[in-house]
Design a binder for this molecule. Structure first.
Ligand code: ADE
Ligand code: ZN
Length: 344
């Protein structure tokens, strides 16, 4: 099996209805497709083979990952490139039994090197629409601001996003967390909410619990992306539980980026048992060794999760989604019915 083939499917996990809420579409670009796209665009890559590319995917922390991730995105030039990348992700999501996806898209990674927002966005959107037609996978798009860049640059990006308002559910905040607190983006998030966007933010991945407080208080987020460091602040945990604030947790990512030493050390089971609204997600699956199904499977094995745990995680993924209330209810009920049929 090549590393691009889907891992063997775990039947319970595959059949479990679920949503993915934390996937950077640029992080789904597999080395095979990266090489194909580079070749057709006449771009020289810094590796001689796909194996060499994969071997370069060794990270010590978030920044060392981001350096490689931004380099990988340089091959993306045409609308077709963005389409092909997104379509490949949809195929993997379908293979994993995913019913609904909410993807992050990082426009600045492309506009800063002269690729128009429209070209990149429309390629991504076309593939998501085809995913709905072909597989019934519903979708939302979240435009993220790169937090290592300025608030003014985020504002420019918001202006690019406005004409696509009907196709963008929310704005988010990603990239290098340490030293770039949510407070840096308070003004642009105010503007985004005024324009009718929901808001989310990466916080508490590498950054401290104080960044989670800021995301809640200053950015009025509807979800925290990652958030695993919340457990360092007991009052914050109580608040997140009371507000049923979703955390989009990315277990394999956290191990690759050394937030936890091993998956057995990951705190997702602990957070689940504390009644936090946690979900499982893949973050950047081409770089972190697995799509959504593999994240579920690896957690089940490392943390001894029962079918009931897995069903709660899947139900949470719909509760935490931006689906309309009727579809949310329908999918949560579908999880419950599935869980009853497959009780431990
Ligand atoms: N961009 C892509 N993956 C990311 C992550 N895990 N954290 C912050 N920004 C990202
Ligand atoms: Zn992320």
């Amino acid at each position: 099996m090549s590393s691009n083939d889907p891992a063997p499917v775990n039947p319970f996990i595959q059949g479990l209805p679920k949503a993915e809420l934390h996937i950077h579409i640029e992080g789904s670009l597999e080395p095979e497709l990266m090489c194909d796209i580079a070749e057709r665009n006449g771009i020289a890559l810094p590796f001689k083979s796909i194996d060499e590319a994969r071997a370069a995917y060794e990270f010590d922390d978030l920044q060392s990952f981001l350096d490689i991730y931004y380099q990988g995105a340089l091959v993306l030039q045409t609308e077709r490139d963005f389409y092909d990348m997104t379509w490949a992700y949809i195929e993997r999501a379908h293979a994993d039994g995913v019913q609904h996806v909410e993807i992050f898209f990082d426009p600045q990674t492309h506009t800063d090197r002269g690729i128009p927002f429209e070209r990149a966005f429309e390629g991504v959107r076309a593939a998501l629409r085809d995913g709905k037609t072909r597989y019934g996978i519903s979708h939302e798009i979240i435009v993220c601001f790169l937090r290592h860049l300025s608030a003014a640059a985020a504002h420019d990006t918001l202006m690019h996003a406005l004409p696509y308002k009907n196709d963008i559910i929310a704005v988010g905040l990603d990239s290098s967390e340490q030293g770039h607190p949510p407070s840096k983006f308070e003004g642009v998030f105010d503007r985004a909410r005024d324009a009718g966007f929901l808001t989310v933010a990466h916080a508490g991945e590498e950054g401290p619990p104080a960044y989670i407080h800021e995301a809640l208080d200053l950015l009025a987020v509807k979800r925290i992306d990652h958030g695993v460091r919340c457990v360092e602040d007991e009052a914050l945990v109580s608040r997140l539980v009371d507000e049923r604030m979703p955390l989009t947790v990315c277990p394999l990512s956290n191990v690759k980026l050394r937030v936890f030493d091993t998956l057995a050390d990951h705190n997702i089971k602990h957070m689940l048992e504390r009644d936090l609204l946690v979900t499982i997600n893949s973050d950047d699956p081409a770089y972190f060794g697995g799509y959504l199904g593999e994240n579920f499977r690896a957690c089940q094995e490392a943390l001894d999760l029962t079918h009931a745990h897995l069903a709660t995680l899947a139900r949470n993924s719909f509760e935490a989604s931006f689906l309309d209330p009727a579809r949310k209810r329908e999918l949560m009920d579908a999880v419950d019915a599935y869980a009853r049929r497959h009780a431990d």
